[in-house]
Every structure is written in C-alpha cells, then in structure tokens.
Design a protein around this ligand. Sequence first.
Ligand code: MG
Ligand code: MG
Length: 264
Amino acid sequence: MIYIKTREEIELMREAALCVSKTLGMIAGELKEGVELKKLDKLAEEFIRDMGGIPSFKGYPDNKPGSFPATLCLSLNDAVVHGIPDSRVVKDGDVLSVDCGVIKNGFHGDHAYTFCIGNVKPEVRKMVEVTKECLYKGIEQVTANNRIGDIGFAIQQHAEKHGYGVVRELVGHGLGRSLHEDPQVPNYGRRGTGPKLRDGMVIAIEPMINMGKKEVRTASNGWDIITKDGLPSAHFEHDVAMIDGKAEILSTFDYVYEALGIKK
Ligand code: MG
Ligand code: MG
C-alpha cells in the first residue's frame, strides 16, 4: 500500500533528509586516502546522534543476529550497495558509495553519493558521472502524468546508452515512517507502466549502475552486493516528493559539494 503524505509530513521528512545530507557532507570532508571505513562509520553515527537523529540502517531489519551492523553502507569499488564498514582503508583510485539513513521526526531519510578518491581512472570516473546523471533523468520523470515505470525507463536508457549494466535485484522505494515502503522504484522499466505518480508520494530514487555487466552476487559477509564481473559500480540516491505535480528533492548534495569545493 502506498502511503500518501500531507504537506506537513513532507516538511518533517525534509528535516530527516537534511540530516542525511549533512552527514554525507561531513563524510565528504573526512574521506581521504588512508582513512578506515569503520572510522567513517563511527563519525557518522556520532554526527547523526548529535543532531537528535537515529541511524536507520543499524540493526536493520529486526535487530536480530545477521542484521546490518552499521550506520553507513560503504560500498567500495566492485561493491554496489550494502557494504559493511570494516577495517579496510580507502586507497588512491577507489570509488566509494556512501549510503546513509536517518530517522528524525519519526520519518526516514535515505540518501547516497559515490565518491572518487584521488586518481580514479577516467573511464571509472565517467561511469560515476553517468550514474549521477541517471538519478536526475529519473527525477525528471516525477510528474503528474507519469508512472513509476517512466522513472526506470529513463534511468535504463541513459545507462545502457553508455554500455553500462543496470542492476535488477535492488530497486528504489517509497519512503516514510518505514525505510522501505511501496511502491518499488526499479532502475529499469517500460514507459507508462506501474503505479501512477501522485501528489504526496515520497520515493527514494537510487540508480545502481555497473561499469560492466548487470549481474551481481552477495559477498561472503552476507551483506555487500558485488558485481559478478568484478568491475566497479556506482550508486546515487535522492529522496523525492511529488508536490503540485512536480518533483521536489528533499535531500541535497550541497553539503557534499561544499566539502569537496565543487561549484555548481
Ligand atoms: Mg539508501
Ligand atoms: Mg534507499
């Protein structure tokens, strides 16, 4: 069932999304060659709790053994998503997807950015850029006359035009009082299919694009989703509400851009 949010609820969700955006900005400032993934995770948890937020991912889904153990999903190189922060350190030439969820005001924010560290190969950097473009191509489709399938169609077209693989096993999702609500928002699809987009819907759009083939598998730690061909992957995510028939992005990359000195 799709939960439609009121304008007031969307404003509360914007605050949750902003907590995540600020956390990604803080991480952007700490991300350097030699930093340990676990350290980034610890910094993020402290930062979120200082803002009065609760990490969404820690203990997901049910706090039982085997639940996700950390605040951030840190997915390095051939990891697509759901990477567990461990004792690995970031190296020159790495790409790292940082995905973060925060509960604030009883609502979840869920937002991700893929960082290039140091001298990343131009073809890898290009794949990361195109994945970010895919995110905005998807967001453009959030209009009153469209359906969920239009989002996936736009993302898939753009990724495949560049010869990249679009992950099928994991998808975007509705967002609200639960981290994953209906509808599912695939990064592939056909025009004019799926649920109709309506005012008050809030969805997480999150293209997961592989430089090589689309196939993925689960790593031995039970969480990291990695590419089967071992080639790198990228992942960007925004929280998007539909208001008056138009997309309103609740999360922002501004804090990341500020930390990285990127002018928009
Ligand atoms: Mg996420
Ligand atoms: Mg998500």
